[in-house]
Design a protein around this ligand. Structure first.
Ligand SMILES: [Zn+2]
Length: 330
């Protein structure tokens, strides 16, 4: 048992229920949206999001982790407004999403920089977790960073090491966006280990984009949880391939290392209209796993117990295990 922060306040880990471990509610370039998408800042956006999240709750999911951090348009007032209209637990995140440089506010501010100071990224992340986000008392419950095709650039490494330190200071679990084609999960495990993070505290996101079983087993053997988390993002890999990879990992005894999700959202400025997003990626919605993927997984030989591990047991262990290891360190 451990306490988990959600957008409606703390819950006990026993209340997590069935979890989608990598989703977003709103996803945007916040500066663009402020200037060019006033439609975001309306009650309609909040109401439409609540309808979609309530449909997910009705389909049997109790909790999502919203991995929208700086760089993806985290907007705390809108998130809180949506959370008030749904029974779904939404766990918010802190961290930075970048494939290259740190965001502008940190370019000159930090150890050895023009404004020389202890790493401000750590301070920002820890404040979100211990005091609240965006001037509210609502706390983040997950840490997030990213590494993609450019690899471990100086900016990516700085953010990753700061996320690691925030994990060490607060006992908050970590999700990392990885690029499996470049095997960047291995870079993540090395850097986080160097910072003293227990790799069992970590979900390696987007592992489901890979069919490289040897690579995936290597990551899981180090204790990390694999995010099979982009169902419906039908780019470069088919749903059938995603399903077969999971079924093969389950046959090899890795059901305890897998989690399921879509990495989708209710509203994004990545498309001119929400309808354009639906047209471009018709399967990329919160009910795709429930409606389309679960029958395929069962057909491929994945049992109900395996599915319960992916939806319930593994996400719960992600939080409870991280908290227990933190408490044990004193
Ligand atoms: Zn994501």
């Amino acid at each position: 048992m451990s306490t988990i922060q959600t957008l409606r306040g703390p819950i006990d880990s026993s209340q997590l229920g069935r979890v989608l471990i990598h989703e977003h509610v709103f996803l945007m370039d916040m500066e663009y949206t402020i200037n060019y998408r006033p439609d975001f800042f309306t009650k309609d956006t909040i109401d439409a999001a609540a309808v979609r999240l309530n449909a997910l709750k009705a389909a049997g999911i109790d909790t999502i982790i919203d991995l929208t951090v700086l760089g993806l348009g985290r907007h705390v007032p809108s998130l809180i407004a949506v959370a008030q209209k749904t029974g779904l637990n939404i766990i918010a995140s802190t961290g930075i999403y970048t494939f290259n440089d740190v965001p502008g506010p940190f370019g000159f501010y930090g150890p050895g920089l023009l404004h020389d100071a202890p790493e401000p990224l750590i301070e920002h992340f820890v404040r979100d977790i211990t005091q609240g986000m965006g001037g509210t008392a609502i706390k983040a419950g997950e840490l997030k960073c990213a590494i993609d095709a450019p690899g471990l650039t100086p900016g990516v490494e700085r953010v990753m090491r700061a996320v690691a330190q925030a994990n060490r200071i607060t006992g908050t679990p970590i999700t990392v966006h990885t690029a499996p084609a470049k095997h960047t999960g291995l870079d993540v495990q090395r850097v986080l280990s160097e910072e003293g993070v227990d790799l069992e505290d970590v979900v390696l996101g987007h592992c489901g984009d890979s069919t490289d079983i040897d690579y995936l087993m290597k990551l899981a053997d180090q204790g990390s949880i694999l995010g099979m988390d982009r169902f419906g993002l039908d780019l470069g890999i088919t749903t059938q391939q995603r399903v077969e990879t999971i079924a093969e990992l389950v046959r090899r005894g890795y059901a305890g290392s897998l989690t399921l999700s879509h990495d989708c959202c209710c509203w994004s400025d990545y498309f001119p209209q929400v309808e354009d997003y639906r047209r471009a990626l018709p399967n990329h919605h919160y009910l795709h796993i429930h409606n389309d993927v679960l029958p395929m997984l069962r057909e491929a030989g994945v049992s109900e117990a395996d599915l319960d591990a992916m939806f319930i047991g593994n996400p719960r262990r992600h939080f409870e295990g991280t908290a227990a290891r933190f408490a044990a360190r004193g």
